[in-house]
Design a protein around this ligand. Structure first.
Ligand code: HEC
Ligand code: HEC
Length: 395
């Protein structure tokens, strides 16, 4: 029997989610899905209500795929770890000059993203990529726009020593700095039974991030059979999303992403092109490809695209509608709409040649574009809003 997390909307309040755990796993071949304790749920997430339940039934907030919820074997979730991770996530002392925390860029009030075009770290230094949301990063998928981190654990230590993010000189320096704080020494000991370590820090932050969840949007309710959950305009938008717009070719599944990498032409109008996934794989076909972002809570997380070039969803739709910026590596799905997938794939094999096919347009009317935007606004969900910054930090 697999252990699992159960999150269901509570009757008491729309914004409350009930969280059930079921932890009697005997099948060690299965990844440990979840070991959240009932106690942790109540204390950590405030509005989350825990229900101890040893039934084998497993469900999640409406719309969230329970099979996607992944917790690595070597980092089971415990209350002490998640709480430690929350403190570390919000603690500016993890940066060189005590000014920047993970939450400086991943703002809870902005859907764990922020509204600057490119990320701004220590001493107002500016990066060249937009801050993605970290909602629903619960799958065992690659992290970052280019997927260069294989897990949340691996990702968590990246920003610490990034010179334009948190600017620490080394991971050892991070460990020394955190170890100097008595309260953290105690919390690491409680969570891991050991001293402060970079592995422990990564595991704690990753565990906390696995609690940043969004589900039960009006789209989820509609998909679950409540036909009045979406307005007429939103329903028309959904039809375009899945039909004429072909958006769901990439923004697919429960989290509206295939977790794959695509070149949409974003950045190919610049002198220096960010080659994205290519920097990780070295493969030509990955040049200029970036990970498909989730569209959940998309109204909160603008500006949009890896370079934050679009300030509004209307501008994003305009881009798709007018045809992408052409380049030799453009994703075959962008050559549309009057070719079948097979035809575009056949042409894709010629993508490195000079006769790359011309970019096609979607030809959506103004009203259709409005409907598409209306639909995307119905993707706002619940869960992550319950996560609060700590009131005090360890001394
Ligand atoms: C200076 C702003 C900044 C800070 C500080 C920062 N991040 Fe990020 N974060 C970003 C940007 C920008 C990206 C995308 C970078 C890229 O893809 O190259 C990102 C990506 C991520 C991702 C991957 C999301 C995805 O969809 O793949 C996660 C997870 C994440 N950050 C967590 C953290 C954690 C944990 C910390 C603290 C240890 C942190 N971030 C600190 C700006 C920041
Ligand atoms: C070929 C795959 C693909 C298709 C088709 C596609 N998208 Fe995307 N979408 C992506 C990728 C990849 C990105 C990020 C691209 C980048 O930044 O370079 C993205 C970014 C976005 C963003 C910005 C998200 C953010 O957090 O910055 C929105 C909004 C969006 N797409 C909506 C749509 C809509 C609406 C459609 C249909 C008209 C659509 N997409 C079709 C792959 C796709």
């Amino acid at each position: 029997m697999m252990p699992g997390l159960i999150l269901v909307p509570s009757r008491e309040s729309d914004f409350n989610l009930k969280l059930k755990t079921e932890i009697n796993s005997t099948d060690t071949r299965q990844p440990t899905k979840n070991l959240l304790s009932a106690l942790f749920c109540c204390q950590m997430l405030g509005a989350f209500v825990a229900i101890a339940d040893d039934s084998s039934l497993v469900s999640l907030p409406l719309g969230v795929d329970k099979t996607a919820y992944y917790v690595p074997h070597d980092n089971p979730m415990t209350r002490s770890k998640v709480e430690l991770g929350r403190l570390l996530f919000f603690d500016r002392r993890l940066s060189i000059n005590n000014t920047v925390s993970c939450s400086s860029c991943h703002l809870p009030s902005r859907g764990f993203s922020n509204n600057t075009k490119a990320a701004i770290g220590i001493k107002e230094k500016q990066g060249n990529r937009n801050t993605p949301t970290i909602i629903n990063r619960i799958a065992n998928a690659t992290q970052f726009w280019d997927g260069r981190a294989g897990s949340l654990e691996e990702q968590a230590i990246g920003p610490l020593t990034n010179p334009i993010e948190m600017g620490m000189p080394s991971l050892d320096a991070v460990v020394d700095k955190v170890s100097a704080i008595k309260g953290y020494r105690k919390l690491f000991n409680e969570a891991f039974g050991s001293n402060v370590s970079i592995e422990g820090l990564a595991k704690a932050i990753a565990s906390f991030e696995r609690t940043i969840i969004s589900g039960n949007s009006r789209w989820d309710q509609f998909e679950a059979g409540n036909s009045s959950a979406l307005s007429d305009a939103e329903k028309r938008g959904l039809e375009i999303f899945e039909g004429k717009g072909r958006c769901n070719q990439c923004h697919s599944g429960w989290n509206l992403t295939d977790e794959k990498f695509h070149n949409l032409g974003i950045g190919w109008d610049q002198k220096e092109v960010d080659l994205g996934r290519f920097q990780v794989t070295g493969l030509d076909e990955d040049k200029g490809a970036f990970k498909t972002p989730t569209l959940r809570d998309i109204s909160e997380t603008g500006p949009y695209m890896h370079d934050g070039r679009f300030a509004s969803l209307e501008k994003v739709v305009e881009y798709y509608n007018d045809g992408a910026i052409d380049n030799p590596y453009l994703d075959p799905e962008m050559q549309r709409p009057d070719m079948t997938l097979e035809e575009t794939l056949a042409r894709y094999s010629k993508k490195n040649s000079t006769d790359a096919p011309p970019v096609k347009m979607l030809n959506l009317t103004y009203k259709e574009r409005e409907d598409l935007v209306a639909f995307m606004l119905a993707l706002s969900g619940e869960g992550w809003q319950n996560i609060q910054a700590p009131e005090a930090f360890p001394e």
